[in-house]
Design a protein around this ligand. Structure first.
Ligand code: C5P
Length: 399
């Protein structure tokens, strides 16, 4: 594929050199465009040497006044990595004062952005509003990772790993539409169970796995309903999101949206217990010790398992030990077709992380280990195996 890689002016610009190397390895033809600010961080020569092509930089130093139009027409995909806060703002508003921003307006193909910036800049309402505009416009966002940032702060804002960006480019280059015509119902995130009007019980689920599944299903052509507990994630493109708070609300929304679903994936970390009678007023700090009497929440997955119509049912099992036995037990007791098991607590994987490593336990008796990868890549592998499993179950029923 003929890829335009635009490098914005951020410290992460040096990582784009590694991205170029990966794209060249994958057999793409890469033309690098740099903003003036990017040149302050990396020399164009680095990219010219890696791609064997002259790097495009300044609008007015270019041979022809319409070169941005010609370049836009010749290429199939525009990747912007790192996309700085300034670039995102310019693109969102259609400003065009240099080669890249004029090229962007002239380009009609798919656009992929990998933002990178300081955590406060990323979380600023102005950046988030620009992000929402770019998502709405149909661009693919490779979310920044969380971790230690060059500015010394920690949090989301780090450029996604070059491997993750390269994988997103591969998906854009070879879109699979094998879920076209299917309706996929996904739950994601934690639930919050109120203790009084200001307090609640919840858990560490970030919702990232469920959102990655929703994004993967939509990219493969499915109609996707995402029933989400409270999370801090942008809704994936082309996905209908219904926000809920408690397990009871999640249950009601799942049952309401169930008719017509072909695949149901329960990635949410639903609270197992709640206070059934929540006090109307804030509980005062009067006693030295208080105890809470908690009742079980509705087990949505088990209820779906009992219903079990035509849809394929996938549950999740987050365990701190005996993963495989627990996953198999859940598969049987909740009548699922697949249980995605991940070990949590013992490592940096699972909750809150951008990566995961899971074991799929299948109704056929098989288990499939998926090695460590980004949650988005794991999501695609889960759908690959869901489709394989459905074929296997149909074949077994037909016998
Ligand atoms: O039994 P456990 O809670 O570990 O099972 C996890 C699976 O069950 C997940 O798929 C989760 O979404 C689902 N679940 C549910 N309703 C609950 C508790 C868990 O659907 N009340």
């Amino acid at each position: 594929m003929k890829v335009l890689l635009a490098v914005g002016g951020g410290i992460a610009a040096y990582k784009s050199a590694e991205l170029v190397r990966l794209l060249m390895q994958q057999g793409h033809q890469v033309q690098v465009v740099m903003t003036r600010a990017a040149e302050e961080f990396v020399r164009p020569l680095t990219f010219a040497a890696l791609t064997g092509r002259k790097v495009l930089t300044n609008l007015f130093a270019i041979e022809s006044a319409i070169e941005h139009i010609a370049v836009a027409q010749e290429h199939e995909l525009l990747v912007i990595a790192p996309a700085t806060a300034d670039l995102m703002a310019k693109l969102a508003h259609g400003l065009a004062d240099d080669f890249l921003t004029t090229l962007y307006l002239a380009f009609t193909g798919p656009v992929l952005l990998a933002p990178a910036m300081n955590v406060n800049m990323w979380q600023h309402p102005a950046t988030q509003a620009n992000l929402a505009t770019l998502v709405k416009r149909g661009h693919t966002i490779v979310e920044p990772g969380s971790g230690y940032l060059a500015c010394g702060m920690s949090g989301p804002g780090r450029l996604a790993d070059p491997e993750i960006i390269a994988a997103a480019i591969e998906r854009a280059a070879h879109p699979r539409r094998d879920l076209e015509g299917e309706t996929v119902l996904i739950t994601a995130g934690p639930t919050q169970e109120p203790l009084d009007p200001v307090r609640y019980i919840s858990n560490r689920s970030s919702g990232k796995m469920g959102y990655a599944l929703a994004d993967a299903a939509a990219a493969r052509g499915a109609r996707v309903m995402l029933i989400s507990g409270p999370v801090h994630l942008a809704p994936p493109r082309g996905v209908e999101v219904v926000g809920v708070r408690t397990a009871a609300e999640m249950r009601d929304q799942v049952m309401q949206h169930l008719p017509g679903a072909d695949i149901v994936i329960k990635a949410a970390a639903v609270a197992d217990f709640h206070l059934s009678k929540v006090p109307d007023h804030k509980v005062k700090k009067t006693a030295a010790r208080i105890s809470l009497e908690l009742d079980p929440t509705p087990d949505i997955l088990a209820e779906l398992g009992r219903k079990k119509g035509d849809f394929l049912l996938v549950g999740f099992a987050a365990e701190t030990q005996n993963l495989q036995q627990e996953a198999r037990r859940k598969l049987e007791s909740k009548n699922c077709d697949m249980v995605v098991g991940n070990l949590v607590g013992a490592s940096d994987l699972g909750f809150e992380s951008d990566e995961n490593e899971v074991v799929l336990t299948l109704r056929t008796g098989e288990t499939i280990a998926l090695p460590r990868a980004s949650k988005r890549a794991i999501a695609d592998r889960i759908f690959d195996e869901v489709l394989n499993l459905r074929l296997a179950l149909h074949a077994a029923n037909g016998r």
